[in-house]
Write a protein that binds this ligand. Structure first.
Ligand code: HEC
Length: 182
């Protein structure tokens, strides 16, 4: 760098360096607009509790188990669209245990408490809300199946279970124990 340029830079930078802190000291408002001063949560620290009786925007009610959802009314009509969505989810998620037709004997049943025939009379008597809760939170032996499914998807599955029951004969022979079957 030629000497003259270096001199010019020093002349320019000198006052700027001196003026900077002076300007800041004279400024009464905090100039930081970043997230420096917000309360920060440490790893593993519990998030701030929600104010009492508050409900997060867009949150759905929380249930513990299928016993809590027994009274829920099915908000989704069994339209052809709902049934075809319900069938696709059933084949992907339920058929391994309950069989593609929902009549039991899916391949996983060999290694697991046997899944009941959904045409069994006691399953027919269940409310839509109870079946929705079984899919969402699991049963006595059945694992919860709600992960990755929106509430609406699960109602589509309930509609498909009802369709299976509609087209199947009423089964009165109890399903094999010890699956904790109804
Ligand atoms: C890993 C195996 C398995 C999968 C996957 C599975 N189930 Fe089950 N299901 C069971 C077993 C075992 C039972 C009987 C014991 C119980 O209630 O947990 C059962 C019971 C049920 C019942 C009867 C509940 C009652 O008490 O009346 C319904 C309805 C049902 N399942 C629907 C479904 C639907 C719909 C899916 C898919 C979203 C599904 N299951 C996925 C194993 C499974």
């Amino acid at each position: 760098m030629p000497g003259s340029v270096r001199l010019a830079l020093a002349l320019l930078a000198g006052p700027a360096l001196l003026a900077g802190p002076a300007l800041l000291a004279g400024c009464s408002n905090d100039w930081r607009t970043d997230m420096w001063y917000q309360p920060s949560l440490r790893p593993q620290q519990a998030p701030r509790p929600e104010p009492e009786r508050s409900v997060a925007l867009g949150a759905s009610p929380r249930y513990e188990s299928r016993d809590d959802t027994e009274q829920l009314a099915n908000p989704v009509a069994p339209t052809p669209e709902s049934l075809s969505r319900g069938k696709a989810i059933f084949v992907a998620r339920c058929a391994p245990c309950h069989g593609v037709e929902g009549r039991g004997g899916g391949p996983v049943s060999k290694f697991f408490p046997e899944a009941p025939d959904l045409a069994y009379v006691k399953v027919r008597e269940r409310s839509d809300g109870f079946i929705w809760g079984t899919v969402s939170y699991g049963g006595k032996a059945m694992p919860p199946g709600g992960e990755g499914l929106a509430p609406r998807d699960r109602w589509d599955v309930v509609n498909w279970v009802r369709e299976i029951q509609r087209v199947s004969p009423v089964v009165t022979v109890p399903p094999p124990q010890p699956g904790g079957t109804p």
